[in-house]
Design a protein. Structure first.
Length: 121
């Protein structure tokens, strides 16, 4: 699924100059492995886009990608909007990530442990 499906949440209007609060809430369809989920993109508390992801990727850690904030140094979001390396030229006052609890069944937790053990061998 790494290159077969691309999911994008995008508002219909450009941001106006000035400060904005941008939020993205993702609800996983678990418990279980590789389920999909639903996303809601908000600007200043107003919903600007919603979408559904059919499934996700299980037990994969991309070793050459980075978690960038304010710049993109590796793989771009897409090939149309910008080319990497790309630096955001605005100001980010605050950035927060809140992760929820792991949602695996006992059987899926065992599969996860076995996959990690195989990867380490």
């Amino acid at each position: 699924m790494l290159i077969l499906a691309h999911y994008r949440w995008e508002g219909s209007d450009m941001l106006t100059p000035g400060k904005h609060t941008i939020g993205f809430d993702y609800t996983y369809d678990g418990p279980g492995i590789a389920k999909g989920g639903s996303g809601v993109l908000k600007v200043d508390g107003k919903v600007v886009a919603t979408g559904k992801q059919a499934n996700s990727i299980a037990f994969l850690q991309v070793a050459d990608e980075t978690f960038d904030v304010g710049l993109d140094t590796r793989t771009g979001v897409n090939d149309k909007d910008y080319q990497v390396p790309f630096a955001f030229d605005g100001k980010i006052d605050k950035f927060s990530v809140k992760l929820g609890p792991m949602e695996l069944t006992a059987a899926d937790e065992m599969k996860k442990r076995e996959a990690i053990a195989r990867a380490r061998d």
